[in-house]
Design a protein around this ligand. Structure first.
Ligand SMILES: [Zn+2]
Length: 267
């Protein structure tokens, strides 16, 4: 039977988020019965650090920046979330506050769900809880990567990484980002960002005009970034998609690992 156009579009919108796509059909259906599909414009504020979350968001085409709470006129982006993840997924674990500000930096669409309803779904769906817990672990690891990257790697490397991450999340080589956006994302002065972007443009890897960046040569841009970009991808794929060892069919629990003798760390 042919799927009506509106229903077909709804299925495509659902599967456009990787976490929703990974849920079983029944869990996904129940979750989305409580969700609405929303358009989010650039600069929309979704949450403020230290306050209660009203909604969680499963992006399909938008990109959300997690920012350190405002300190004077300086902002620092700590993470980016797009169709591969969720913002506010901790609600499913009963945690309704957020440590960071969340702002839409790439306009697009997302599934929005009430925080309390997501908590209820987390209680009733072990698969959803497992998926969102794993994504929280990914975010934790990526925050660690971000701290290392900001401290040790060059601005040009970090700019290349930021552009690649944005391209991944927006699924587009056209990025509507200003130098101020990039300056925030990198926690760097605008003048330094302009120089680094000029270097990448001189190499023919990007083309930028006011408020717009086009990634012209992704393969070569990959050679300009640091290992952090690849490490984040490995953490995501290993954490999210590695199967959990199955328990025996007779219902007996797998034995917990027993502590072994102390080992010497490598010197
Ligand atoms: Zn780095």
């Amino acid at each position: 039977m042919a799927v009506p156009p509106c229903a077909k579009a709804r299925i495509e919108q659902t599967l456009a988020n990787r976490l929703l796509a990974a849920l079983g059909p029944a869990d996904r259906h129940h979750l989305l019965a409580d969700a609405v599909f929303v358009e989010l414009g650039a600069t929309t504020v979704l949450g403020l650090g230290g306050t209660a979350l009203a909604h969680a968001y499963f992006p399909t085409t938008c990109m959300i920046s997690l920012l350190a709470p405002e300190s004077g006129d300086k902002r620092l982006v700590l993470g980016l979330t797009g169709y591969e993840g969720v913002y506010g997924g901790a609600c499913a674990l009963g945690i309704f506050s957020t440590a960071f500000d969340a702002v839409v930096t790439g306009a697009g669409q997302a599934w929005q769900i009430d925080a309390g309803r997501l908590a209820a779904h987390g209680r009733s769906s072990p698969a959803l809880l497992r998926l969102l817990s794993r994504f929280l672990y990914v975010e934790l690891r990526q925050l660690g990567t971000q701290a290392i990257c900001s401290h040790f790697h060059s601005l040009r490397q970090r700019l290349a990484r930021c552009l690649l991450m944005s391209q991944d999340r927006m699924r587009s080589s056209d990025l509507w980002l200003t130098h101020d956006d990039l300056s925030q994302m990198l926690g760097a002065r605008r003048a330094g960002v302009t120089v680094a972007a000029g270097d990448l443009q001189a190499l023919g890897l990007i083309r930028y005009t006011r408020g717009h960046i086009f990634i012209a040569d992704r393969a070569q841009l990959l050679t300009q970034t640091c290992a952090c970009y690849f490490q984040d991808q490995t953490i995501y794929s290993q954490t999210m998609w590695t199967p959990t060892p199955a328990e025996p069919a007779n219902g007996t629990k797998l034995p917990h690992p027993q502590p072994g003798p102390p080992t010497r760390s490598a010197e």
